[in-house]
Design a protein around this ligand. Structure first.
Ligand SMILES: [Zn+2]
Ligand SMILES: [Zn+2]
Length: 236
């Protein structure tokens, strides 16, 4: 189904964020967050973005974490066309208005010399608020999963989330999905691949932001109760 058909199909019965049916105010949520696309990209390339209907209240509950997600990852996006555009627009918006608190917080996440250690090649460590970063990474996967499989993924299930910075080597199992099709509507800003063909309901997703940052999310769903999956937890 083309994105347009999907976007026009308003008969989605449930909100992918909470899994319940619609009542009250509904709005359309961009998957991934629309703010990852710089205005310049939207104006010049008019990317066709995926939206899903959600409860307005569910949507709002993610707003602060989405702002954090975009800004905390922004420095790692530098170096690509879309990442540079995003960075410079965000910075000029900060200069105009008052999100000073957020930018100060992000700057505080850089540690040029963690514990007095000098890192080679002027490397700088960046810390992340893992809970907020993870919450939005997972929200994106939940939205895309809902789009592809028409199935609700709960917020609270167990998952592993990793960031691969530009220039860093992805983990070895990443090569297993390198031949899966790319799925992004505008891959220069956001792209993704996934596989659900692995055993025991194991899902492996890789998101690519601004062509620079890879987020890897893996999870098992539904939880598998076969001997292989259950056995490690059995005490001997
Ligand atoms: Zn909802
Ligand atoms: Zn299993």
């Amino acid at each position: 189904m083309a994105i347009d058909d999907f976007n026009l199909n308003l008969n989605r019965e449930i909100c992918y964020l909470c899994g319940t049916s619609f009542s009250g105010e509904i709005n359309r949520d961009h998957v991934p967050p629309q703010q990852l696309y710089a205005d310049l990209i939207r104006e010049n390339h008019n990317p066709n973005l995926l939206t899903l209907p959600v409860h307005k209240n569910c949507n709002s509950s993610y707003q602060f974490d989405e702002d954090y997600f975009a800004v905390t990852l922004m420095p790692l996006g530098l170096g690509s066309y879309s990442g540079n555009a995003f960075y410079s627009e965000k910075l000029s918006k900060f200069k105009q208005n008052k999100k000073v608190g957020l930018i100060r917080k992000i700057l505080g996440e850089f540690e040029p010399r963690p514990s007095g250690l000098y890192l080679p090649n002027d490397k700088v460590l960046k810390r992340f608020d893992g809970v907020r970063l993870g919450r939005i990474s997972w929200k994106i996967v939940r939205g895309l999963y809902f789009y592809h499989f028409k199935e609700f993924l709960p917020e609270g299930i167990k998952k592993n989330i990793r960031i691969v910075s530009p220039g860093e080597k992805p983990p070895p199992e990443f090569s297993d999905i390198i031949n899966d099709p790319i799925r992004g509507q505008y891959p220069g800003v956001f792209d993704y691949r996934f596989t659900d063909s692995l055993s025991h309901n194991f899902h492996y997703w890789a998101l690519l932001l601004w062509g620079r940052i890879i987020l890897i999310i893996d999870f098992q769903y539904p939880a598998c109760e076969c001997n292989i999956c259950v056995a490690p937890w059995v005490s001997m």
